[in-house]
Design a protein around this ligand. Structure first.
Ligand code: FE2
Ligand code: FE2
Length: 265
């Protein structure tokens, strides 16, 4: 089992740049080419939100166009920059098989690891949210297969990572989610995005991690929480979650770079 994780591409309209400087469509196209060249090819790609920069239909269509060449199935969950309705409409079907009228959440049963996409968005705030309705749904889904290895994927990390995007924006209902996760030790990972950085922590008996930006918008690391943070223009990056032969789930980070010259040790 090999899972690719793409996060935070922040796609804008064709020919435009995110925040007027970041060529996010070019970056995502480079990244998709790189993923397609991997050997072995990932079984599936998970896209953990902020797929668009402003949530418009045109941006979601452009993102869908850029992701279309992926040689494996991919699945999307919304981020705070996305519009839940637009995303659900444009990616309906295999990419977002949610049957819920309110939230974009679903289970993918096609692999040896169960993949559960969660909707952590709050349409009125940039921070994360997990409410009783979503808890009821997740509890029922987790209870269906409490022995099978499971990955949860969503946009907002439910843990304070020491940067503004988690600590100041917050995550309403993180305890509700944490209490639920604690009851299911088969949850191996909670894969998130949002902070445009790679970070990991243990939480409630599992590992919560964040993937970097596929759009090459790397957060300027600021641990003071004093000022609104900016980003650096960077190469696009993604993660690979690899089930090795002894059963462990190992995470690698891949930077998509034009400099691929090899040197011998
Ligand atoms: Fe983002
Ligand atoms: Fe975000």
């Amino acid at each position: 089992m090999l899972v690719a994780q793409i996060s935070d591409p922040h796609i804008v309209e064709p020919g435009q740049k995110a925040c007027d400087v970041a060529p996010t469509s070019e970056r995502l196209a480079q990244l998709v080419t790189c993923v397609n060249k991997l050997d072995p090819l990932p079984n599936v790609t998970l896209i953990t939100g902020d797929i668009t920069h402003d949530g418009t239909d045109a941006q979601a269509e452009q993102a869908k166009h850029l992701l279309a060449p992926l040689k494996m199935p991919y699945h999307v969950v919304p981020g705070n920059h996305d519009d839940r309705t637009a995303l659900g409409k444009i990616f309906s079907g295999q990419a977002c098989p949610s049957q819920d009228a309110e939230f974009l959440h679903y289970v993918i049963e096609d692999h040896d690891t169960r993949l559960i996409g969660l909707d952590s968005t709050n349409p009125t705030a940039p921070g994360g949210e997990f409410c009783q309705k979503r808890a009821n749904w997740l509890d029922a889904r987790l209870s269906e297969a409490s022995e099978k290895p499971t990955i949860l994927f969503m946009h907002h990390p439910p843990v304070k990572f020491g940067v503004q995007e988690t600590d100041v924006d917050g995550f309403e209902g993180s305890d509700l989610l944490g209490e639920l996760i604690e009851r299911f030790p088969n949850i191996e990972r909670v894969l998130c995005g949002h902070i445009h950085l790679t970070a990991h922590t243990q939480w409630r008996g599992t590992v919560v991690s964040t993937a970097p930006s596929a759009g090459g918008m790397r957060l300027a690391l600021d641990l003071t929480l004093k000022k609104s943070s900016g980003f650096h223009l960077a190469n696009p990056e993604f993660q690979l979650h690899h089930r090795t032969t002894d059963g462990g789930l190992i995470t690698h980070q891949v930077e998509v770079s034009e400099n691929d010259k090899l040197y011998l040790f």
